[in-house]
Design a protein around this ligand. Structure first.
Ligand SMILES: Nc1ncnc2c1ncn2[C@@H]1O[C@H](COP(=O)(O)OP(=O)(O)OP(=O)(O)O)[C@@H](O)[C@H]1O
Ligand SMILES: O=c1ccn([C@@H]2O[C@H](COP(=O)(O)O)[C@@H](O)[C@H]2O)c(=O)[nH]1
Length: 244
């Protein structure tokens, strides 16, 4: 099935189809003479800023507070927040999306959407933002995500570290249910979906965090205190890693 999906993504790029999901390449248009200067200037500027975008992966259980802390990091440091879950929800809601129903089925059942979809959304969002520092929130969540990222983003981004929000399961559940009760409108902020999300997190996501940990790339934050206190620890991590 995923061979078919990947083929579809490639075809959509090749055919310039209506969906915006796989806009990974831009067709080169020969410039008119007056535009040539712009192209040259652009090429020069590109060369000057040829550093790869910096990426911080933000991981943790459902409701651990990743989104809340990312908003604070964006306020304090120059980062662009890309939540993989939000991008999937946007794609689900986009009229004409080929993947709306598939994404809904995966989200409701707490399963992880195939990386071909998620990584394309992330790469497109990175490119179209024009920014160079990204918090990638809620990704990579399993081996398929990690392999797909490494395949698609090889040489295109510099992963700085993994920010891991460590939070007890009962606290995560309470926070998600609280978010649902205060009107998140999320189809997975309910006990039935949460059980599945937690199972997926324990079985599929924790091994990825362990893998990064063994590589010495994880900064662990205790996510149980109030959000301000959690952010104090987060801030220390960013400063210690050279971000001002
Ligand atoms: N430190 C905290 N203490 C208490 N409540 C918090 C804290 N951090 C976040 N919350 C609340 O918990 C809920 C979940 O937070 P948030 O959306 O940031 O989590 P998340 O990790 O991004 O969740 P998900 O992975 O499900 O998207 C929200 O209602 C938020 O206001
Ligand atoms: O990389 C990803 C990120 C998310 N999903 C799916 O979305 C939901 C909700 O994600 P949040 O990070 O909690 O917003 C998640 O349970 C997955 O079903 C995904 O498949 N891949």
């Amino acid at each position: 099935m995923w061979r078919v999906l990947t083929r579809h993504l490639v075809n959509t790029v090749e055919c310039g189809g209506a969906t915006q999901l796989p806009l990974l390449t831009q067709q080169f248009q020969p410039p008119h003479s007056h535009q040539q200067i712009n192209y040259l200037t652009q090429a020069k500027n590109n060369k000057m800023s040829s550093e790869k975008p910096k990426v911080v992966f933000v991981l943790g259980g459902p409701g651990a507070g990743k989104g809340t802390q990312c908003a604070k990091i964006v306020e304090r440091f120059q980062f662009t927040h890309l939540s993989a879950g939000d991008l999937l929800r946007e794609e689900r809601a986009r009229e004409g999306s080929q993947f709306g129903q598939l994404i809904e089925d995966y989200i409701r059942n707490g399963r992880i959407v195939p990386v071909e979809v998620t990584c394309s959304l992330l790469e497109n969002a990175m490119k179209s933002s024009g920014q160079s520092r990204f918090l990638i929130d809620g990704f990579p969540r399993n081996q398929n995500n990690l392999d797909g990222w490494n395949r698609q983003m090889d040489g295109k981004a510099d992963m700085q570290f993994v920010l891991f929000f460590d939070c007890a399961e009962d606290v995560c559940v309470e926070r998600c249910l609280g978010r649902g009760q205060s009107g998140s409108g999320r189809s997975d902020d309910n006990m039935e979906s949460l059980k599945k999300r937690i199972q997926t997190y324990n079985n599929d996501s924790l091994p990825i965090i362990k893998y990064f940990e063994q590589a010495g790339q994880v900064k662990t934050i205790d996510a149980s205190p109030d959000a301000e206190k959690v952010f104090k620890d987060v801030e220390r991590v960013f400063v210690a890693n050279g971000f001002q």
